[in-house]
Write a protein that binds this ligand. Structure first.
Ligand SMILES: Cc1cc2nc3c(=O)[nH]c(=O)nc-3n(C[C@H](O)[C@H](O)[C@H](O)COP(=O)(O)O)c2cc1C
Length: 188
């Protein structure tokens, strides 16, 4: 059976810098015979989290919208790659909202530390594009902030980290060869 990759785009530009990073992963995955699903978050209906915390108990959000499909895709994939631009040294609102709505999909509460609800056999790869040039993208906490926010969700969910790649000084959709090579190396 083919392994499944869930590729999530958290940018509003479907042909922008972040999307070009995601395309690089998709090319490698398809060449390696993976089954791929692409999720463009901006095309999905995802209401804001109500903070009711029912999902902590049930594992499922009470709001019936596109988050149910996203939760299903996340639970059934072997790998997920999340590509999101850096916004205010963080992730764009649509990505943060997805994380909020997947609280009970990712974890359950205990008296001490959260318990993961996803599997350590599943892997995640994180990608971000930002305007700030390297090394300030990292030293000033820009891409670092976005990647930290993304990592918090996936690490807590119990999935295994493959790595993270930044596209600094990002302009347009042309991926610098160095960034492409790093993505390809992490994919394998
Ligand atoms: C609302 C907003 C906030 C941003 N915040 C940052 C930031 O904190 N640091 C940074 O380096 N770039 C920031 N940027 C620039 C984007 O990260 C950059 O343009 C990125 O390449 C966009 O990727 P895209 O082509 O997929 O849209 C911001 C852009 C927007 C629209």
């Amino acid at each position: 059976m083919k392994k499944k990759l869930l590729a999530i785009l958290g940018s509003s530009h479907e042909n922008g810098a972040t999307a070009s990073m995601l395309q690089c992963v998709l090319k490698s995955a398809e060449a390696d015979g993976w089954e791929t699903s692409i999720l463009v978050l901006n095309q999905k209906q995802i209401a804001f989290c109500k903070g009711c915390r029912t999902c902590i108990r049930t594992g499922k959000c009470v709001i019936d919208d596109d988050i149910q499909e996203i939760a299903g895709l996340l639970k059934s994939c072997d790998r997920v790659v999340l590509a999101a631009p850096t916004y205010w040294a963080n992730v764009p609102a649509v990505v943060k909202n997805m994380f909020d709505r997947l609280l009970g999909t990712a974890m359950e509460e205990t008296a001490t530390f959260p318990r993961a609800r996803l599997s350590s056999k599943q892997e995640y790869l994180l990608l971000t594009a930002c305007h700030t040039p390297f090394p300030f993208s990292w030293l000033c906490g820009q891409s670092k902030g976005a990647l930290r926010a993304m990592n918090e969700f996936f690490k807590t969910s119990g999935m295994r980290r493959m790595g993270a790649v930044t596209f600094p000084s990002a302009k347009g959709s042309e991926l610098p060869p160095k960034v492409a090579r790093k993505i390809q190396r992490l994919w394998r």
